[in-house]
Design a protein around this ligand. Structure first.
Ligand SMILES: [Zn+2]
Length: 148
């Protein structure tokens, strides 16, 4: 990742996703590793700032560079994005949900996968209720526990 070469990163991602697909007994998904993030990605399917996933084509796309400064994304952010997008894949192909929403359970699963893949201790996610019966992660509190 350090020199920003997408080819080797793509190969590593494909290998990792292949292992995950085998473990979870789901069809494999495709992977595209792209350079600079678009400032806005608007497409059908689930869209993230750092990556996206389409259930119809089973394709994950991840961006290696930040949109404005074109800097290479940190390893942690990149891996976290990859795990997040794979969890969308699991929602459709493992759990057979009709949709894949960013529920609290979704973030718990994505976090568990990330920490397992990285070999780091899982973090408890702290949640704050926001308008409309929704929730958001309290990142200061979630990250603070790691320092104790
Ligand atoms: Zn998502």
């Amino acid at each position: 990742m350090a020199d920003g070469t997408t080819t080797l990163v793509r190969r590593a991602c494909a290998s990792f996703l292949g292992e995950l697909a085998e473990f979870y007994k789901v069809p494999t998904c495709g992977i595209r590793v792209l350079a600079a993030r678009p400032l806005r990605v608007r497409e059908r399917g689930t869209t993230e700032l750092f990556g996206d996933y389409r259930a119809d084509t089973r394709l994950i796309r991840v961006w290696m560079r930040t949109a404005v400064r074109k800097e290479v994304t940190s390893y942690g952010t990149f891996l976290s994005t990859l795990c997040h997008e794979f969890c969308h894949h699991l929602d459709f192909y493992k759990y057979e949900f009709p949709n894949s929403w960013h529920t609290r359970g979704f973030y718990e699963r994505a976090g568990a996968l990330y920490h397992c893949a990285r070999g780091t201790a899982p973090k408890r996610l702290f949640w704050v209720p926001v308008a409309g019966g929704r929730w958001r992660i309290n990142w200061p509190r979630t990250n603070d526990q790691a320092r104790r």
